[in-house]
Write a protein of this length. Structure first.
Length: 73
């Protein structure tokens, strides 16, 4: 009876491990899929473009303010 219990426990653990490993492998494969990588890269570039645009606008505003200070008598 003990052997049957441990056989069942071992089979159950093996099946559970195989299922969890397969799910993990599938998730990891989806993370490095070309479409996913392209989407993340595009999002990163859009964020960078927004940052640069905001920095330029802020620089222009600071330049205008400084020029007004210098032109005041």
């Amino acid at each position: 009876m003990r052997r049957l219990f441990w056989l069942a426990a071992g089979l159950g653990a093996g099946v559970a491990g195989a299922v969890l490993t397969a799910r993990f492998a599938r998730r990891q494969a989806n993370k490095v899929a070309p479409a996913t990588l392209a989407r993340e890269a595009r999002g990163g570039l859009m964020d960078l473009a927004k940052l640069v645009s905001e920095s330029l606008a802020e620089g222009r505003e600071a330049m205008r303010e400084r020029e007004e200070e210098l032109r005041r008598p």
